[in-house]
Design a protein around this ligand. Structure first.
Ligand code: SF4
Length: 57
């Protein structure tokens, strides 16, 4: 059984990639983490406000 996750801003952000685990959970990987390791690789969802958000995902 999969549960739909509301990713908030990540769902339409240039920096987000959806990753589905073997157990069917979906995580949203944020590529901002690659240039700033202090930023979470998997931000807690839903993201409602983000200083890095860029439309276009
Ligand atoms: S930059 Fe913000 S909105 Fe975009 S994917 Fe990362 S956490 Fe989500």
């Amino acid at each position: 059984m999969t549960r739909a996750v509301d990713p908030g801003l990540c769902g339409r952000c240039e920096h987000a990639r959806a990753v589905t685990s073997a157990r069917g959970s979906t995580f949203w990987r944020c590529s901002v983490h690659d240039r700033d390791p202090r930023w979470p690789k998997y931000p807690p969802l839903p993201v409602r406000q983000c200083p890095w958000f860029e439309e276009g995902g």
